[in-house]
Design a protein around this ligand. Structure first.
Ligand code: TYD
Length: 204
C-alpha cells in the first residue's frame, strides 16, 4: 500500500468536515491506514496559531500577515504530520490546505494567486497534494454553524462569494490535481461522489 495526501477544500459550511470523517471510515473499512488532520492546525504549534488567526477582530492583521501565518502552520504540519504519514503509507486526509490560501488570501483578499503560489513554493518546494477535492456550493446554500463564527466568516457575504470564485479559479488553473465537485446533496450522496472520485483518480 502506498501513502497519499488528499486535501478537501471549499467555502464555509459546505460539509467538508462531516465528509472527511465519513470518507476516513469508508477507507478504513477497505483496510487502508488513514490519518485525518486540518489546517490551520494539525500540530500543537499549528493549533496555537489557529486561535490567533480565527479569533478576534476582522481587521486585527493584514492579508499578508495572515498568508505568512497560514504558511508557517503549513510547513510545521508538513514536517510533523503529512510527510511522516505518507512515508509510513498512510492516506492523509486534510480539511483545507494550500488552496484556501490561493483562493482566500490570493484571490479574495487580492494578494494574487501567483504570489501565493510563490510563497507556497518558498515554504514547501515542489511538494503538492496527490488529489484535491474542492466542494463547490453557492454561499447562500451552505449550512454553516452560526454559533461558532470565525474571523473569516465575519467578513461577510461579499467575501464568501469572492472566496467561491477564488476556488473556481484555482480549480481551473490546476485541472490535473483539483476536482471541482458539486457538493449539493444528502450526506450519503456526496460521500458516494467523493468515493467515486478517489477510485477514478487514485484507484482507492
Ligand atoms: P475552520 O473553522 O476550519 O473553517 P471551515 O470549517 O470552513 O473549514 O476555519 C478555517 C478558516 O480559516 C476558514 O474560514 C478559512 C480560513 N483559511 C484561510 O483564510 N486561509 C488558509 O490558508 C486556511 C487554511 C484557512
Amino acid at each position: 500500500m502506498k501513502g497519499y495526501f488528499i486535501t478537501f477544500e471549499g467555502g464555509e459550511g459546505v460539509g467538508k468536515t462531516t465528509q472527511i470523517k465519513l470518507i476516513a471510515e469508508k477507507l478504513r473499512q477497505k483496510e487502508y491506514n488513514v490519518i485525518t488532520t486540518r489546517e490551520p492546525g494539525g500540530t500543537q504549534l499549528g493549533e496555537k496559531i489557529r486561535s490567533i488567526l480565527l479569533e478576534g477582530d476582522v481587521n486585527k492583521m493584514s492579508p499578508m500577515t495572515e498568508a505568512l501565518l497560514f504558511t508557517a502552520v503549513r510547513r510545521d504540519h508538513y514536517e510533523k504530520v503529512i510527510k511522516p504519514g505518507i512515508e509510513n503509507n498512510f492516506i492523509v486526509l486534510s480539511d483545507r490546505y494550500m488552496d484556501t490560501t490561493l483562493a482566500y488570501q490570493g484571490y479574495a483578499h487580492g494578494l494574487g494567486i501567483n504570489n501565493m503560489e510563490d510563497l507556497y513554493k518558498i515554504a514547501l518546494g515542489d511538494f503538492k497534494p496527490d488529489l484535491t477535492i474542492i466542494f463547490d456550493m453557492d454561499p447562500s446554500k451552505s449550512h454553516g454553524n452560526l454559533t461558532e463564527i470565525n474571523r473569516f466568516e465575519k467578513m461577510g457575504n461579499d467575501w464568501l462569494s469572492k472566496g467561491l470564485n477564488g476556488f473556481r479559479q484555482v480549480a481551473k488553473l490546476n485541472p490535473g490535481r483539483c476536482v471541482l465537485m458539486d457538493s449539493i446533496g444528502t450526506i450519503d450522496e456526496v460521500s458516494e461522489r467523493i468515493m467515486k472520485i478517489l477510485n477514478d483518480k487514485l484507484g482507492l
